[in-house]
Design a protein. Structure first.
Length: 191
């Protein structure tokens, strides 16, 4: 009497082989989702810009392009719409490779619209929302030695539109006084 043999698909060894083959595809699928990329990009922007940043709607495409619905630099200590000081909408960041783990080269940045929101406090004259954007005590504590990252040139940056909004803030209320839009299509910042 022999032992009954399992079919090919019922063997544990087959399950392990299939899992090993499908695991890279599953990892790439999960890594390109917004819920994974958004916290990674938020942390990267915050460490480079040294301020609080909110990122929404980030996706990675096969060609090495990251698209972001909105990137916002947020002032600490201020609540409401006045805390959103600089917002970039529909951002595309192009890299030299799709595999961002192997130190890719940044090829260029395209931004559809940048909104700069300036607000003065209605309670304290001379206090603006951007006073809370930069942490001056942290900047003074940092060393001012030259870094190799500053010697590198910036990639081409294309901005289609610049919107400047000015107004005043009172607690969490933002009141818009003036808006000016500038069409910058065609202007490209080169090295």
């Amino acid at each position: 009497m022999g032992t009954p043999s399992n079919s090919f698909w019922q063997r544990k060894r087959t399950h392990i082989y299939v899992a090993v083959v499908l695991l890279p595809f599953l990892l790439v699928f999960v890594a390109t989702r917004s819920f994974v990329l958004t916290p990674i990009l938020t942390s990267a922007f915050e460490s480079h810009l040294n301020t609080k940043v909110q990122v929404s709607g980030a996706t990675l495409h096969w060609g090495g392009v990251i698209t972001i619905d909105e990137v916002t630099m947020v002032a600490t200590g201020i609540e409401g719409p006045a805390s959103d000081i600089v917002s970039a909408e529909e951002v595309e960041i192009a890299f030299s490779t799709s595999f961002l783990f192997f130190k890719p080269v940044l090829l260029g940045v395209e931004v559809k619209s940048v909104r700069l929101r300036l607000a003065e406090s209605a309670e304290n004259a001379g206090e603006f929302n951007f006073n809370h954007l930069v942490h001056y005590d942290e900047l003074l504590d940092q060393q001012t030695e030259s870094d190799s990252s500053f010697s590198q040139s910036f990639p081409p940056i294309t901005v289609d539109e610049l919107v400047i909004e000015s107004g005043y803030m009172q607690e969490s209320t933002w009141v818009l006084d003036y808006t000016k839009q500038f069409a910058l299509a065609g202007f490209v910042q080169n090295e």
